[in-house]
Design a protein around this ligand. Structure first.
Ligand code: PEP
Length: 244
């Protein structure tokens, strides 16, 4: 059976200007380990420039969102085909900030993942519970419902990655316990149609906690926000993943 690839994905969110491309170049020159796939997801304005800056480096580029349609009258939106045309290989869909800020439902996320796959991109599908849902004992119910409703039927390891990102851990410096992450990842793994789909943890991953998180069974890598903006920090996280 194929095993999941290790993957470190950096989500720059709405951060980054052309001057910051040097951080991406630094990361690429710092780190080249064939056992780890590395992706940087800058804001859409930098996707093309970053893809050009990283040609031949082994570090790939991703978008942070895509429209469900390949083209058309959708002012301000970007299609998966456009991201692919700009040099992207991945796209994040269903990040909790998009679910919250833009009212994206899991049904929409599934359409976006399908659009990504049709354009030849790998969809990084995010799921995660809020703090209130965790406190109510609903974590597994919520994340499995999100997963099942967000995952297209076409999902397989070559076109899909799943990221478990507890909403309350994103950008807060708080992380779930080892057992909490293990419980969710074991359950997500049981619901994935292809055992080789990479399963990432995301939420306040940093150099100081990366090794501990990557030692958890069924954690194949991380989706990293804040710590991906600094090449040194992201490199340290990638090194921890390579050693896991
Ligand atoms: C994220 O937004 O995907 C994320 C994981 O952010 P941070 O690492 O900053 O918590």
């Amino acid at each position: 059976m194929n095993t999941p690839r290790k993957l470190a994905a950096g989500n720059w969110k709405m951060n980054g200007f052309r001057a910051d491309l040097q951080e991406a170049r630094n990361l690429a020159s710092d780190f080249a380990d064939p056992s780890v796939d590395i992706v940087l997801c800058p804001p859409a304005t930098l996707v093309g420039a970053m893809a050009a800056a990283l040609v031949g480096s082994g570090v790939r580029v991703g978008g942070q969102d895509c429209h469900v349609k390949p083209a058309g009258a959708h002012t301000g939106d970007i299609s998966a085909a456009m991201l692919a045309d700009a040099g992207a290989r991945y796209v994040i869909v269903g990040h909790s900030e998009r679910r919250a800020d833009h009212g994206e439902t899991s049904a929409i996320v599934a359409q976006k993942a399908t659009a990504a796959q049709s354009a030849g991109l790998v969809a990084i599908i995010c799921v995660g519970e809020t703090e209130a849902e965790r406190d109510a004992g609903k974590t597994l119910e919520v994340v499995i419902q999100q997963l099942v409703a967000s995952l297209p039927e076409t999902a397989q390891a070559s076109n899909t990655v799943v990221a478990y990102e507890p909403v309350w851990a994103i950008g807060t410096g708080r992380t779930p316990t080892r057992d909490q992450i293990a419980q969710v990842h074991d359950s997500l793994r049981d619901h994935l149609p292809d055992g080789a789909i990479s399963l990432l943890y995301g939420g306040s991953v940093k150099p100081s906690n990366a090794a501990e998180i990557f030692a958890i069974p069924n954690v194949d890598g991380a989706l990293v926000g804040g710590a991906s903006l600094k090449a040194d920090d992201f490199s340290a996280i990638i090194a921890a993943l390579a050693q896991a």
